[in-house]
Design a protein around this ligand. Sequence first.
Ligand code: XMP
Length: 326
Amino acid sequence: MAENKRPASMERITTPALAQAFIREQIAALRAQIGDRRVLLALSGGVDSSVVAALLIKAVGKQLTCVHVNHGLLRKGEPEQVIEVFRNQMNANLIYVDAVDRFLDKLAGVSDPETKRKIIGAEFIRVFEEEARKLEGIDFLAQGTIYPDILESDGVKAHHNVGGLPEDLQFELVEPVKFLYKDEVRVVGKELGLPDNMVYRQPFPGPGLGVRCVGAITRDRLEALRESDAILREEFAKNGLAGKVWQYFTIVPDFKSTGIKDGKRTFEWFVVIRAVNSVDATSATVEEIPYPLLHHITKRITSEVKGVNRVLYDLSPKPVATIEWE
Ligand code: XMP
């Protein structure tokens, strides 16, 4: 489709000045498209939807309504940051939906990875649909589609996809960054004033921590996962690895082993650390984390995270392993 092809004349956005010019053009284009009507956006807090939100706030302000669905599988501090940045700092219309119990109840006892993904995706559409129905007079749906989404999957964005909405909720699409590559989206995000940890965020799967709480998700193991991931991220940031390593996170499988704490025998989970480098996620190599840092992170996780007595480092490249464990 011609309208889904990046114009040959379009310059790569590599500098703040080019990003500013893009922002000016997009604001004018968004105002022309939307006029005085209303737009809805599913705002995950990832870089693509955050950049779309920031552009729309500049272009049409309160005519934009953002919906942030907390499915309980986000990393520590993420929902709070979305509220802080978009509602408090940018003064956006933001609907925060606490759907944690809904998602975790649906996922209880489900251990098959693809079934877990399907439940999370379907429930997300349902929650978003309910919110959309409560609003009146929405004409447009904004999406953080970027150019690789169009090239790879005919424009179907798997991880932000609200395309599964029913017939009577089909809105006209607003996709201001659909011709941008990820690095360009980041340059634009920086110029829009978004915080660095949002702009330079590592890839994070749509099903979130759900695919890292391996096996059937329980609230206590999910908590151990979220806390260990927060410690890993904090230590990577402190030690200059956050901007250097492509993707890093922890995994907590549904498996226990013995240990000793305070002179008593324990039977608790282990945390796996994964830290990989990649260009496009089709292959990946393992980051060589210095041993003293691995020891320090292990000590912190085993003493600060409830229910954990062991930490392992995954040395498997992709292939043969995948990046995620599910
Ligand atoms: P794998 O595990 O297949 O992951 O080596 C490659 C990249 O894709 C991310 N990933 C996902 N992203 N929904 C997503 O939006 C998913 O279901 C999903 N599974 C994996 C993964 O984090 C890595 O960056």
